[in-house]
Write a protein that binds this ligand. Structure first.
Ligand SMILES: *Cc1c(COP(=O)(O)O)cnc(C)c1O
Length: 384
């Protein structure tokens, strides 16, 4: 791997890891290789080694793979056409007919639906665990359990479980451990360092950071990524070179973006926690022990509940002026949503209630606006 020595810090790797040096025709920035196919040199004709966009091996893919692997101190990485392409392809690589997977009970909606509605069509079963209660995990095991699937920071309650214990539990029982690290980003958490086998990302969010593409990533050992690549070559959810180029460009500022978002979200969370119109605030940095133990920063995502219930939440959403009312997260602009009507609309009211997701819960993705301006805007929107 070029220029990605483990001794360099994350911000140096963001700029230099995976970059071809010398640059192509002296270009300082890696150009887009918008070519579907490539001449092959010599007779090495394993199908998966031909150079072709769907085979995930154009120069734009290779540079991204090396950079992403370096960021999480892993051997290898792979990009995909979306976060869901990464998640579904990885699950279908690890699991086969007759297998069973243990899932955290509050997963991203698309993942939850894929595992509970699509995997059964392939003869793959599932069970759920409450990641907050390690004493209950063993009960979810079956003789055919092959994998454990969790998220670094739960959505929308922003809880961090004992991540080290989860990886150790998987290892002890011979399960492949998979973790969706989207909310933390490699700046705040690097799963492979804590014993997870596969780190997954919706690169649509923090990794790209500019709300202008969808993309996904899987990060892990050479052996496991090679298997996932084989599956991706067949399923075809490959990232287009132009989207690779945009992701590559967005990625270079990940460190400065996420650290600023950590800082601003922390300030906003503290402001909201003290506000008399606010009932409760969910943020990993507000006294969560596991978050302090595992995360280098507490992220840019928070959620809160208003004392005035649904009517107050609706009024807040109408009055707030800087954040855009839209789903998704991790971009330069702040976004607000009500999870009950967006990310978690697919659950029944009872399922939402069991996870603490009320109709009046507001979720915030903190962007790169001035933190003082954001706080002032929230303050005016919270006034009765
Ligand atoms: C958005 C998201 C996904 C899905 O990613 P897409 O890029 O939209 O396919 C998966 N997991 C988490 C945690 C997400 O926020």
């Amino acid at each position: 791997m070029k220029n990605s020595s483990i001794k360099h810090k994350l911000d140096t790797k963001l700029i230099h890891a995976g970059e071809p040096r010398p640059g192509v025709l002296g270009a300082v920035s890696l150009p887009v290789f918008q070519s579907a196919t490539y001449e092959y040199s010599g007779e090495s004709t394993d199908y998966h080694d031909l150079r072709y966009i769907r085979l995930n091996n154009t120069p734009n893919h290779v540079a991204l793979h090396q950079k992403l692997a370096a960021l999480e101190n892993a051997e290898d990485a792979l990009v995909f056409a979306s976060g869901m392409a990464a998640i579904s392809t990885a699950l279908l690589t690890v699991l086969r007919a007759g297998d069973h997977v243990i899932l955290q009970n509050c997963l991203y909606g698309g993942t939850h639906d894929f595992a509970t509605k699509d995997l059964p069509d392939y003869g793959i079963g599932h069970g759920f665990i409450d990641a907050e209660r390690p004493e209950t995990w063993e009960k979810a095991l079956k003789p055919n359990t092959r994998a454990l699937y969790v998220e670094t920071i739960s959505n929308p309650m922003m809880k961090v479980a004992d991540l080290k214990a989860l990886a150790a539990f998987a290892k002890k029982h011979g399960l492949v451990s998979m973790i969706d690290n989207t909310f933390a980003s490699p700046v705040n958490f690097r799963p492979i360092e804590w014993g997870f086998d596969i780190s997954l990302h919706s690169a649509t969010k923090y990794l790209n950071g500019h709300t202008d593409i969808v993309a996904g990533a899987a990060i892990g050992s050479k052996a496991i990524i090679a298997k996932i690549k084989h599956k991706l070559d067949h399923l075809g959810g490959s990232l287009d070179p132009h989207a690779c180029f945009l992701l590559h460009r967005g990625l270079k500022t990940l460190g400065v973006r996420v650290r600023r978002q950590n800082e601003s979200a922390g300030k906003l969370a503290k402001f909201l926690a003290r506000h008399r119109a606010v009932k409760s605030v969910n943020y990993p940095g507000l006294g969560q022990k596991n978050a302090a133990k595992f995360l280098d920063g507490f992220g840019g995502m928070l959620s809160f509940e208003l004392k005035g219930g649904l009517a107050a939440a609706r009024k807040f959403m109408r009055r707030v002026t800087l954040p855009v009312v839209a789903p998704s997260l991790g971009g330069v602009e702040s976004l607000v949503t009500r999870p009950a009507t967006t990310s978690h609309a697919g659950m029944t009211a009872n399922e939402r209630q069991a996870l603490g997701i009320t109709d009046s819960l507001v979720r915030v993705s903190v962007g790169l606006e001035d933190a003082g301006d954001l706080i002032a805007d929230f303050d005016q929107a919270l006034k009765r």
